[in-house]
Design a protein around this ligand. Sequence first.
Ligand code: BV8
Length: 234
Amino acid sequence: MSAFERIVILTGAGLSAESGLSTFRDKGGIWARHRIEDVATPEAFARDPETVLEFYNQRRRGARGVTPNAAHQALARLEAEFAGSVMTVTQNIDPLHEQAGTRNLVHMHGEILKVLCTHCGARAPWNEDLTVDLACRRCGNTGGMRPDIVWFGEMPYQMDRIYAALTECDLFLSIGTSGNVYPAAGFVAEARAAGAHTVELNLEPSEGISLFAEAIHGKATKVVPAYVDRLLHG
Ligand code: BV8
């Protein structure tokens, strides 16, 4: 029986790296090839929608062709077999957690396989390329269809639900994230303040390493299954 009862897990791009999806801040990462100001802000979308839509069209095509790795599968197993509660909060916009079987999941930065109409707020699943002239199926307007993604300067999704879980958790795991982007990078401080044990599982020390009670460094497909086994089988 684990010493813990309520687990909150934060994941980032490093979790999907071994599934073949590029991270952001590693060598050759996404932000080495694109400027955030050009492709990941509402101002960029207003100024040059074609460039922004094409940036996410490439990411959507990439996300369609990959499968969950052993780390995604271990986290789904943890949720299914753990006696207490498990909530997974991901910064990732790929569908790999749900494809591995995770159910209690929050995509705080949105999802690449969903579209949002800026005119009427309608959301829908979307697998194809997005173009500027696409008309919204609900309001019929064109020029406003964007990926259902949280850009820099926009409020991440379900923050109330996330903070409520952080104040209740007794174990906080941060997996595959560099701890650069807020408010996600601040979650470990919230969990600590709630008295939770905090563990970083990452390839290398993150920006927030000093805030974690425990750190396990290595590739996610190696360290995450091993840690989940420790949690489930003592
Ligand atoms: C907001 C879009 C306010 C989707 C993204 C303080 C408080 C609040 C905000 C701020 C603040 N200071 C600054 C800000 C503004 C900003 C921010 O944080 N800027 C940073 C750059 C300083 N934050 C925001 O704008 C946020 N919004 O605050 O709104 C507000 C308030 C009121 C009302 C309205 C608004 C919005 C942030 C979300 C932005 N959108 N993405 C997309 O294109 O994907 S963020 C982007 O970074 C991605 O979502 C990504 O997930 C996220 C974090 O990156 P990581 O996942 O950590 O990836 P990274 O490459 O950095 O690291 C990978 C790690 O994995 C590395 O450590 C590596 O070692 C490790 N790794 C690699 N391989 C492996 C591995 N680990 C294990 N195994 C491996 N194999």
